[in-house]
Ligand binder design. Structure first.
Ligand SMILES: Cc1ncc(COP(=O)(O)O)c(C=O)c1O
Length: 474
């Protein structure tokens, strides 16, 4: 064998020509894959295998040692759930705009950590542009600002940290807990809110869950009662969290009533708009978020309704200055003036130190297609959910849990004795997943099992809904 300069694995790993070749081939592979998914005879939406079988497959694959990466990429595609498949009606993760995937490649190759300005000059500036733009859409004033985090869970936790900083009588960050703190939230809020409150040391007593009405919206008429009861128990309520919309049903809380309540009691007002806050980009649907502009903090996932790949979340502060207070601490080696509100050093406002250039995935979508693409996506997905709901409501063998406000449709098959509904619907979903024909999830509403479909794919047409109902026995 003739010695070559490219035989070292390390040299090869950095060889631009090998990258060029593989990159072209990979794009072809992905484009072919996407074309197949939207063809008349697509592969299964989920090639379901049980976890042990899947693990054994990859253990055997790994045992082969180094080989052709394209074969490996193809296998990953073949063994994954397909969000681009029109039969994907599952969890709330966007079908990414393809340009954002390319932006992700640029981000990964640059690998600019961005906690400090020098390590993410473009990244920090672009993040500012994207979050300023989103804040204006909410209706926040010029003094607002935001930061992008890796997901809604982290963003909600950060918002509650900010609430504690602003509203707890003792400076907990410096002195630890003195008071028993609490937050008020809908019983339908995402579990990450409960988890965040526990991480903040509030315990079970500090997460006060308010019942919902028959449309799964927080009962604002009960807020005062719960607030007074908490205060009488010696708890210090610091915040109210509104859902826009809730995870299970996509229901939007009355954000105006919550804002009034927070103003009256001088509480921090946080809106978890991880899923449905995106409607601020749609003239047709933005009314659902009326009152959100009065919140102190808002979370919106770009990776749910705004076409970005997971994870990618904006946490927006109405009063931008408060974003810097949350993590105010000494980090001498990173920043010279720790307390300066330097927008260009994102590490000052997030948990994350080294952080991906998340903003460029959103920016790439906006710079390529304009904001109209967001409105079109929201209107299409919310509209298709109404189409699906109407089919269910008109069908004698199915029951609709609630008329959807968002793109989340909950229903169940009822052509059985009532006592069997829970078990029967669970079984229906299991069979569906194993067949690979459609992907839907399930949820528990008021203690009963429902099938849950979220229309995430703009390519999902009415025929898909009809096919799904027929497949489920309707
Ligand atoms: C309302 C709501 N909040 C928060 C989250 C958690 O967001 P993430 O998955 O981005 O951490 C979700 C996820 O579905 C959600 O629906």
């Amino acid at each position: 064998m003739t010695p070559s300069t490219t035989t070292s694995p390390l040299r090869e790993a950095y060889d631009p020509e090998q990258f060029r070749q593989l990159g072209h081939q990979l794009i072809d592979l992905l484009a072919d894959h996407l074309t197949r998914l939207s063809s008349d005879s697509p592969p299964p939406v989920i090639p379901y295998r049980d976890p042990e079988t899947e693990l054994a497959f990859w253990q055997a694959d790994f045992a082969q040692g180094p080989g052709d990466p394209l074969e490996f990429f193809q296998r990953v595609l073949d063994h994954s759930i397909q969000l681009q498949h029109p039969h994907y009606l599952g969890h709330q993760v966007s079908v990414p705009a393809l340009i954002s995937g390319l932006a992700g490649m640029v981000s990964d190759i640059l690998s600019n950590g961005m906690a400090v300005y020098e390590m993410g000059m473009a990244a920090n500036a672009i993040e500012r542009v994207v979050t300023d733009f989103t804040a204006r859409k909410i209706g926040f004033p010029e003094t607002a600002n935001g930061v992008i985090t890796s997901g809604g869970t982290l963003a909600n936790l950060t918002a509650l940290l900010a609430a504690r900083r602003a509203k707890a009588p003792t400076a907990v960050w410096e002195e630890g807990h003195r008071e028993r703190l609490a937050v008020l939230v809908s019983e339908e809020a995402h579990y990450c809110i409960d988890r965040a409150a526990r991480i903040l040391g509030m315990g079970s007593e500090g997460i006060i869950k308010i019942p919902v009405d028959d449309r799964f919206k927080i009962r604002t008429d009960l807020l005062d009662t719960y607030y007074q009861a908490a205060t009488a128990k010696g708890l210090t309520v610091i915040a109210v969290i509104g859902c826009a919309g809730s995870t299970a049903t996509g229901s939007y809380d009355d954000l105006v009533a919550l804002a009034d309540f927070c103003e009256r009691h001088q509480l921090w007002y946080h809106v978890d708009g991880a899923h449905g806050g995106a409607v601020v980009f749609s003239d047709q649907h933005r009314h659902l978020c009326r009152g959100m502009e009065r919140a102190d903090t808002v979370v919106i996932d770009y990776h749910k309704m705004l076409l970005a790949p997971a994870l990618n979340t904006a946490l927006l502060f109405k009063n931008g200055r408060l974003a810097y207070d949350t993590f105010a601490q000494q980090a001498q080696y990173l920043w010279e003036a720790e307390q300066a509100p330097a927008w260009f050093e994102s590490g000052k406002r997030t948990f994350e130190c080294t952080k991906l250039m998340l903003s460029i995935k959103v920016y790439a979508i906006l710079r390529t297609y304009g904001e109209a693409v967001f409105a079109e996506n929201i209107d299409r997905l919310y509209g298709q959910a109404r189409v699906f709901a109407a089919l269910i409501a008109a069908h004698p063998d199915f029951e609709l849990a609630v008329q959807p406000e968002a793109n989340i449709v909950n229903f169940r098959h009822t052509a059985r004795p009532r006592a069997e509904w829970d078990r029967h619907n669970g079984q229906l979903r299991q069979e569906l997943i194993q067949s690979g024909d459609y992907y839907i999830v399930q949820t528990v509403i008021k203690g009963e099992r429902f099938l849950r479909a979220t229309v995430m794919n703009p390519q999902t047409e009415e025929g898909v809904f009809r096919g799904l109902l027929a497949r489920l026995g309707g």
